[in-house]
Write a protein that binds this ligand. Structure first.
Ligand code: HEM
Length: 181
């Protein structure tokens, strides 16, 4: 099942934006709050910025990995998961010039992305959106929810992934942290 979602920043929305850091490349403008909606309809107030993406099918995960993720992952919207991160990412042309099997080798056999991430399940719930083919400024929108006591672990996870060869292909990354209040 695929779902097209809109991440709209502005004066209203259930998530309060705590920080916006341009980890690599240009950041996004400061905004107060974030709303995630399935339709493009604009709220009464003009949004500061809107990003959209499709949460759809996995590209690289093997059957074994999908089964493991399905058995271990938590769903979004848990009451205790009042912290979130929205990390939009764009990869370089060199990445997209690779064939799918070459990208898989860098992603997992070399960088161990899923293996690293699995250690943080089920504390961190995640959803991956694709947006390269929608003409968006990013290729992916990554969304994570976790309880405040797991915030330090989430920082360690992000640091571990950023140290991998896969991240050598990341040319723009914005790290947006939010709380539900
Ligand atoms: C893709 C797992 C955390 C960024 C993926 C995929 C898996 C995965 C299985 C591949 C999906 C597919 O087959 O297409 C995990 C797990 C995590 C985690 C278990 C633990 C919570 C993160 C974090 C970031 C991130 C913290 C960002 C800082 C990405 C990106 C992709 C991706 C950008 C798309 C890569 C591509 O298609 O080129 N992740 N991930 N992930 N993840 Fe993670």
């Amino acid at each position: 099942m695929t779902s097209l979602d809109y991440f709209r920043s502005g004066p209203s929305g259930p998530w309060r934006i705590v920080s916006i850091d341009g980890f690599r490349g240009e950041a996004l403008p400061r905004a107060e709050r974030l709303d995630i909606a399935a339709e493009a309809a604009q709220p009464a107030e003009a949004p500061c910025w809107t990003l959209k993406g499709v949460a759809g099918h996995a590209r690289y995960a093997t059957r074994r990995e999908l089964d493991m993720l399905g058995a271990t992952q938590a769903s979004l919207g848990r009451r205790e998961a009042t912290c979130a991160a929205l990390i939009p990412i764009r990869k370089s042309q060199a990445w997209w010039n690779l064939a799918q099997d070459e990208r898989r080798v860098i992603f997992e056999e070399t960088s161990h992305h899923t293996a690293i991430g699995t250690a943080y399940l089920p504390a961190v719930a995640r959803r991956l959106y694709h947006c390269r083919d929608l003409g968006e400024p990013f290729d992916f929108l990554t969304w994570f929810e976790f309880a405040p006591e797991h915030a330090a672990a989430f920082d360690a996870l992000v640091a571990a992934l950023r140290a991998t060869p896969e991240w050598g292909y990341v040319e723009r990354e914005v790290d947006i942290r939010l709380v539900w209040d």
